[in-house]
Design a protein around this ligand. Structure first.
Ligand SMILES: Nc1ncnc2c1ncn2[C@@H]1O[C@H](COP(=O)(O)OP(=O)(O)OP(=O)(O)O)[C@@H](O)[C@H]1O
Ligand SMILES: [Mg+2]
Length: 352
């Protein structure tokens, strides 16, 4: 088929689907009980939605709860509180048959292509396995044809089918992981730092592959990363996470032009700008201290211990998650006139 035609068709499909919600996450919490009285609040009340055909990025530093959020959404963990609605259905209350079907529609790609593929299985076995589990393509020949097709879809070929993971490079292994995730023809894919373990030179290739597959197959992605420059390239909207909470969420371009939360501003200020003149003059925001422990999170706003703009209220009261501008969600007292007293902090946003 003509590639342009495929692309235009897919873009049209994306536009039509743009405003249809595929996933709604409401006040999701995942707490791990460690010892007698110790509770680790890995995810502590996040809410967002993802529209059909879009890529939603989650960004935040190591340990802030990104993977736990992804794993809870896909049902690998039971949630402590809150709900995950997929295509209008609450996934945690599905009956077993419905749950089985749901698992076909949601797949995950993992960070480490070395660890996530069974070293003793051939590529054919790795990609066939989900189809066997779900009773798809019961005829062996049909299944093999499907494996060949998937290999071609991800830029590999049928000669790779009888080889083992160790015979491939990191980028190729991630392509195998993607082929496996596509085997059940899912609608939604959670990509948990899918390129972080790869050489910089192959990262763009894998991102381009994910973008092409999204267009061709009308996929919806949740793309997890700790590097904002990486999520920007692929995401339509981005949520910034800190210590189990979302602190800011808006369109990808808006987040870069007008970051409002001091944490987002700090993350953005760490990204180098290619123009040396601007790079020399721009202000970097260095965050003091370490990420606090999710076992004993700070009172009030979780970011207050490292926030350069912290006010008295921040250690006492948790800021509400609200839509401060159309499509721009934020949890920060700085933008609440009642909390900032005489100061008008509404201009603190830095424009890039
Ligand atoms: N199964 C588990 N049992 C107990 N604690 C866990 C478990 N999984 C994650 N955690 C803890 O939950 C917090 C969030 O971890 P998570 O892996 O979700 O972070 P992350 O944002 O994905 O980090 P990274 O960028 O390093 O992958 C961390 O403090 C982690 O130690
Ligand atoms: Mg992770």
């Amino acid at each position: 088929m003509n590639e342009n035609f495929v692309q235009q068709g897919a873009i049209g499909l994306r536009r039509r689907h743009r405003m249809v919600k595929l996933l709604q996450v409401n006040n999701l919490k995942k707490h791990f009980h460690l010892g007698k009285n110790e509770i680790l609040k890995a995810v502590d009340g996040v809410s967002f939605h993802i529209n059909k055909g879009e890529t939603f990025g989650i960004v935040g530093e190591s340990g802030c709860g990104k993977s736990t959020a992804g794993r809870t959404i896909i049902g690998l963990y039971d949630q402590t509180e809150g709900e995950v609605i997929f295509n209008g259905k609450n996934i945690h209350t599905l009956k077993s048959k419905e749950r089985h079907n749901f698992h076909r529609q949601m797949q995950m790609i993992f960070q480490d292509p070395y660890a996530s593929l069974n070293p003793r299985s051939t590529v054919r076995e790795i990609i066939s396995e989900p189809m066997e589990v779900h009773g798809l393509y019961p005829n062996k020949q049909d299944r093999l044809k499907r494996v060949y097709q998937l290999l071609e879809d991800v830029g590999l070929n049928r000669n790779h089918a009888d080889r083992y993971p160790h015979e491939f490079s990191g980028g190729q292994r991630q392509r195998i992981g993607i082929a496996r995730a596509l085997a059940l023809d899912p609608e939604f894919i959670i990509a948990d730092e899918p390129i972080s373990a790869l050489d910089v030179s192959v990262q763009a290739q894998v991102v381009n592959l994910l973008k092409r597959l999204q267009k061709e197959k009308g996929l919806t992605y949740l793309f997890i990363a700790h590097d904002l420059s990486m999520v920007k390239q692929i995401s339509d909207r981005i949520g910034v996470m800190y210590l189990g909470h979302l602190v800011e969420l808006t369109d990808s371009s808006e987040l870069y032009k007008k970051p409002m939360h001091p944490y987002t501003q700090a993350l953005l200020s760490a990204i180098p700008i290619p123009d040396p003149d601007i790079e020399d003059q721009r202000e970097r925001i260095i965050l003091m201290g370490e990420l606090p422990s999710p076992i004993n999170p700070p009172s009030g706003c979780v970011f207050q211990t490292r926030c350069p703009m912290a006010m008295e209220v921040c250690s006492v009261e948790k800021p509400n998650w609200k839509e401060v501008e159309v499509n721009h969600f934020l949890a920060c007292h700085l933008y609440d006139k009642n909390k900032t007293g005489d100061h008008d902090y509404s201009q603190v946003a830095v424009t890039r």
